[in-house]
Design a binder for this molecule. Structure first.
Ligand code: ZN
Length: 211
């Protein structure tokens, strides 16, 4: 990623002042490189503290994103009461226990009650919660809750499938191990056939998760 891309990211709607002390972050990365017994002065590592600090600004930008601003008026009053499903939304997050990536797919469904949301906004809402230090269970719940709050639908369901590099790279390596979490509100919780329709849909043609 070059500096230009980085600046572009920061001007996206919904992003505000970074709130990250990049100077302190650079210092910490420098100390970490030292603590790991590496030489921070060698060619390849010279600019690493700066790069890593700027990287976190992007990877953790979710803390400063306001869901209301992200949606930015893309809520439409439409009489449509069938299930809306957006599946296979890519996400990249950082596990808060090891600060290593976990990544995968998010599937979202809701039963509209007068309001629908612009299709491109759901992946943006996913990013608001993925770009934080996270656990998959909490991220799943937060995505469901924000859709519930913004749309007030008759029901919301979120399923997240994630691969966790902290379990893949360390200890007993389980490369294919994927974690599935779900959060349901309203009709997805109370009506088994609604829930099943969603689960059938997302399992259709689903390929294995890969890094
Ligand atoms: Zn972890």
């Amino acid at each position: 990623m070059n500096g230009l891309d980085f600046d572009d990211d920061m001007t996206e709607e919904g992003f505000v002042d970074s709130g990250v002390d990049t100077h302190a972050a650079e210092e910490s990365i420098l100390q970490l490189i030292n603590a790991l017994g590496e030489n921070p002065e060698r060619e390849g590592l010279k600019n690493t503290p700066k790069r890593v600090a700027r990287m976190y600004l992007e990877l953790l930008s979710g803390y400063r994103s306001d869901p209301q601003k992200v949606v930015n008026g893309a809520l439409f009053n439409i009489t449509y009461d069938e299930m809306v499903i957006v599946r296979d939304i890519e996400f990249y997050s950082l596990c808060e226990h090891h600060m290593l990536p976990f990544l995968g797919r998010v599937h979202v469904a809701y039963m509209p009650a007068g309001k629908v949301i612009g299709l491109s906004k759901i992946p943006r809402l996913v990013d608001v919660y993925a770009r934080r230090l996270q656990v998959q269970e909490r991220m799943t719940r937060q995505i469901a809750d924000v859709i519930q709050e913004l749309l007030e639908p008759n029901g919301v369901a979120v399923v997240v499938e994630g691969l966790h590099l902290c379990s893949m790279m360390r200890g007993v390596k389980k490369h294919g191990a994927r974690m599935t979490t779900s959060a349901m509100h309203g009709s997805f919780r109370t009506n088994p056939s609604t829930r099943q329709e969603f689960l059938d849909n997302i399992s259709r043609g689903a390929g294995p998760l890969q890094v």
